[in-house]
Design a binder for this molecule. Structure first.
Ligand code: FES
Length: 151
């Protein structure tokens, strides 16, 4: 079901944790399953020098966020904006179609962290739209402990 790369990033996620003096922090919820992702970015002179994440999400969410933080470190803000859930999934050699929605957490939390950075520094980032909401309200369409949000 999962590629080797997905399994590797799920079993050994990179960049888990938080950055205390982060330049921008973004928290989003996945409207489809209710899982939550938080991304921290350290930005120096327009370059993303560090990225960390924490999640209450499934294996695909962990793997895509791990890959997204790897991809974003060393990038300019403009380059970081080009990282989409599809490009992250491609870098992981694909995700099962039913798990594509999980990869949205990585993209949206990255954008939310950039938005937070822009707001704190009173700047506008071309092409970046305001996150719809920090954490979406959601209806859990499954019973607690049903395993839906597990790998
Ligand atoms: Fe919730 Fe994957 S992020 S099931």
């Amino acid at each position: 079901m999962y590629s080797e790369k997905v399994m590797d990033h799920f079993m050994n996620p990179r960049n888990v944790g938080e950055i205390e003096d982060a330049s921008g922090v973004g928290t989003v919820g996945n409207a489809k399953c209710g899982d939550i992702m938080k991304v921290y970015l350290k930005i120096d002179e327009g370059i993303i020098t560090d990225a960390k994440f924490k999640t209450f999400g499934c294996g695909a969410a962990v793997a895509t966020s791990s890959m997204a933080t790897e991809l974003v470190i060393g990038k300019t803000i403009e380059e970081a904006l080009k990282i989409t859930n599809r490009s992250v999934a491609e870098a992981l050699d694909g995700l099962p179609p039913v798990k594509m929605h999980c990869s949205l957490l990585a993209e949206e939390s990255l954008h939310a962290a950039l938005w937070d950075y822009a707001k704190k520094n009173n700047i506008t980032i071309e092409g970046l739209e305001e996150p719809v909401a920090d954490v979406h309200e959601h209806d859990h369409d499954h019973e607690e402990g049903s395993g839906c949000c597990n790998a």
